[in-house]
Design a protein around this ligand. Structure first.
Ligand code: ZN
Length: 258
């Protein structure tokens, strides 16, 4: 009985009533009652609170009646709407500008270009904007692509990739590893370690776990240590390791050492 009554009261009082706009100069914004006159948002959607705000702060508006009252409400409502639009638009633009900076830095990294190239890219996009979208020129000019920024963005992206990989590695029920060792153009041995894992939901993922530069010797022991250290970085344990594939080189299969 008591609950039923409480619910009825809630349903009546906790929803915005259209007539509050005319009676108390209030409108609903994102589920909150907002005063058209001073812009205050009340925490609770209750007639009593709205009425109290109106009678304590804007009581003199009671003199306005009829059409004058409606005109005043409409003017205030338009004012609030344009205010909100100007609050959301710049933030949206700012997000897009930052996103552009990340996307272009990502391209620079993927094409193996020096980070300083960002400054040239910036020149290009500003030039293109001058010709194609002069009204948006300011946006293009605010994309930061200095050498320092590009380098910071690429570091952020790399950390994010590592974090994503680490998160998915945590869900692996089993994983297998494939190793291949080769020598790069500077004659440094590089050990590429690929991991393929499966989760309890049978989702599989295959990623490059690590590319380890092997300085000094490349004995089986060195390779093993590299593998262990890159597994540790992702908190992968040997209990879940189901298979290990190599190219069959003597150091890999451990013909000398077990
Ligand atoms: Zn107010």
């Amino acid at each position: 009985m008591a609950t039923a009554k409480k619910r009825k009261v809630d349903a009546e009082c906790r929803a915005f009533q259209e007539k509050w706009t005319n009676d108390y100069f209030f409108v609903e914004v994102k589920g909150k009652p907002v005063c058209l006159v001073c812009g205050d948002a009340l925490a609770v959607m209750k007639k009593a609170n709205v009425e109290r705000h109106y009678s304590s702060k804007h009581a003199k508006l009671s003199d306005l009646g009829g059409q004058m009252r409606l005109d005043k409400i409409n003017a205030l409502r338009r004012c609030l709407e344009s205010q909100q639009a100007s609050f959301t638009r710049p933030r949206c633009d700012r997000d897009n500008v930052i996103q552009t900076s990340y996307a272009l830095s990502d391209l620079i990294a993927k094409k193996l270009k020096p980070h300083i190239e960002g400054e040239f890219v910036k020149e290009c996009i500003v030039k293109a904007a001058e010709l194609l979208a002069p009204d948006k020129l300011q946006l293009f000019q605010s994309v930061s692509l200095s050498r320092r920024t590009v380098s910071d963005r690429i570091t952020d992206l790399a950390q994010d990739i590592h974090k994503t990989l680490k998160d998915s590695a945590r869900d692996f029920q089993f994983f297998s590893v494939a190793c291949d060792e080769t020598t790069d153009i500077t004659n440094t041995a590089q050990l590429a370690i690929f991991v393929r894992g499966i989760t309890a939901e049978f989702d599989t993922r295959e990623e490059l776990l690590s590319l380890e530069a092997m300085h000094g010797t490349t004995t089986g022991e060195d390779l093993f240590e590299s593998l262990v250290s890159s597994m540790n970085k992702l908190e992968l344990t040997f209990e879940k390791l189901s298979g290990l594939t190599t190219d069959g080189a003597p150091a890999m299969v451990g013909s000398q050492k077990g």
